[in-house]
Design a binder for this molecule. Structure first.
Ligand code: ASP
Ligand code: MG
Length: 409
């Protein structure tokens, strides 16, 4: 007998047929004698619809009421899921986040879980129930309903698994697991049997949106091992866990492509102390997140240098206007921008103990005649900025070089 937390996302509970399908899956575990706590999201599209309604009423919806509104999405699903189990003669009880003992701070619409008191969950389990918990919501010490930020049901599930010391935590979604790269771009992409928290976090922040990053961070902090798998088939999913030494045998775990980048170059910035500090303080004050930075060699004759950095496409206009306004003040020649770029990255904890990975990546790109605009590396990641038009071809080549035909994951 195991204590299992299962989380079903919006696509897994998209309509009543899907909810019945979820109930059948829960039954399989119940029939084996397992205790099951189920966390559900709102039915697909429901949260977006509710947000739309709020904005129809007022331009900046009041946040306490927004949470009151959004929490109804998950509340619908818990009741229907419990009913679907009752219809199969399985004892089940639904709980709101508050009833499940999920306590949060009072930062409405993006609250943080502070504590979970699962006494009521344990009582209901011990009485023989499947317990169905509304994801994405909690309650402040004052008793107000809060929500945890978009995609927050993942966090509810991981946090509950930690709080009740579950033997297993399964995150059900509409994909089979975590892939070596986006299968829509690279048909040869393979599903991974396992991936380390840090790799998953890097891939998520690089634009592979399998799961909310905060949930993975939480899982890492509390050592919650979890599996991402599909609710629509019985294929084994991907296990996400702490890295182990044998995982270093795989040098590159995954590759990702982020097309949501743009490049800004300040041409001929005076080459003297304090300039970089000034430039990046201006960006920080304007709340523009920057990713990669490159300072080119000085223009020999003029004692000036080009400074390039990447921002999200959505922030490009803001960054451009900001620096056009500062041109004479800082004293550079021109603001050049390039939206036609993408960031290609490879990730793997094995990079810590292997050398030659960067050169192999650069050689692969060279043989494809892909020009590299910027490079950045960390212990477990290498990223390059390349031309957008080359980017899918480059991803395929890099995937073929590092990620195909491996004996094991
Ligand atoms: N229903 C919420 C959302 O759409 C939470 C979740 O699905 O995880 O963001
Ligand atoms: Mg979701």
């Amino acid at each position: 007998m195991a204590l299992i937390v299962q989380k079903y996302g919006g696509s897994s509970v998209a309509d009543t047929d899907r909810i019945k399908n979820v109930a059948r899956r829960i039954k399989e575990y119940r029939d084996q004698g397992d205790q099951v706590v189920v966390v559900v999201s709102a039915m697909k599209g429901v949260t977006d619809n509710l947000i739309g309604l709020a904005y129809d009423i007022m331009p900046i919806p009041t946040e306490r009421e927004m949470d009151m509104l959004l929490a109804t999405g998950e509340q619908t699903t818990i009741a229907l899921t419990a009913m679907a189990l009752h219809a199969m003669d399985i004892e089940a009880v639904s709980f709101t986040g508050a009833q499940a003992g999920i306590k949060t701070d009072a930062v409405h619409t993006k609250a943080k879980i502070q504590d979970i008191s699962p006494a009521q969950i344990h009582e209901a389990l011990d009485a023989g129930n499947v317990v169905i918990v509304a994801g994405f919501q909690g309650q402040t010490p004052e008793g107000n309903i809060t929500t945890l930020g978009r995609g927050g049901s993942d966090l509810s599930a991981i946090a509950l698994a930690a709080a009740i010391k579950a033997d297993l935590c399964q995150i059900y979604t509409d994909v089979d697991g975590v892939y070596t790269t986006d299968p829509r771009v690279v048909p040869d992409a393979r599903k991974l049997t396992e991936i380390a928290y840090d790799e998953m976090l890097e891939l998520a922040s690089l634009g592979a949106k399998v799961m909310q990053s905060r949930s993975v961070e939480f899982a890492k902090k509390f050592g919650v091992v979890f599996e991402v798998r599909s609710s629509l088939n019985d294929n084994p999913g991907t296990i996400i866990k702490e890295e182990t030494t044998d995982m270093e045998g795989v040098v590159v775990r995954g590759a990702s492509l982020d097309k949501n980048q743009a490049k800004v170059t300040l041409v001929a910035v005076p080459d003297h102390p304090g300039m970089a500090a000034r430039i990046f303080k201006e960006l920080a004050d304007a709340a523009v997140n920057i990713d990669m930075i490159v300072q080119n060699t000085s223009h020999a004759d003029e004692a000036s240098t080009d400074v390039s950095f990447t921002v999200e496409k959505a922030d490009l206009k803001k960054a451009q206007q900001l620096f056009e306004g500062l041109q004479s003040d800082i004293g550079f020649n021109e603001v050049a921008t390039d939206e036609n770029v993408a960031k290609l990255s490879i990730v793997g904890v094995g990079m810590r103990s292997h050398s030659g990975i960067a050169s192999k990546m650069f050689e692969t790109l060279a043989s494809e005649n892909v020009n590299i605009g910027m490079i950045s590396t960390s212990e477990i990641k290498i990223s390059v900025v390349i031309n957008l038009d080359d980017s899918e071809r480059a991803l395929k080549a890099v995937h073929a070089a590092f990620l195909e035909d491996r004996a094991f994951d």
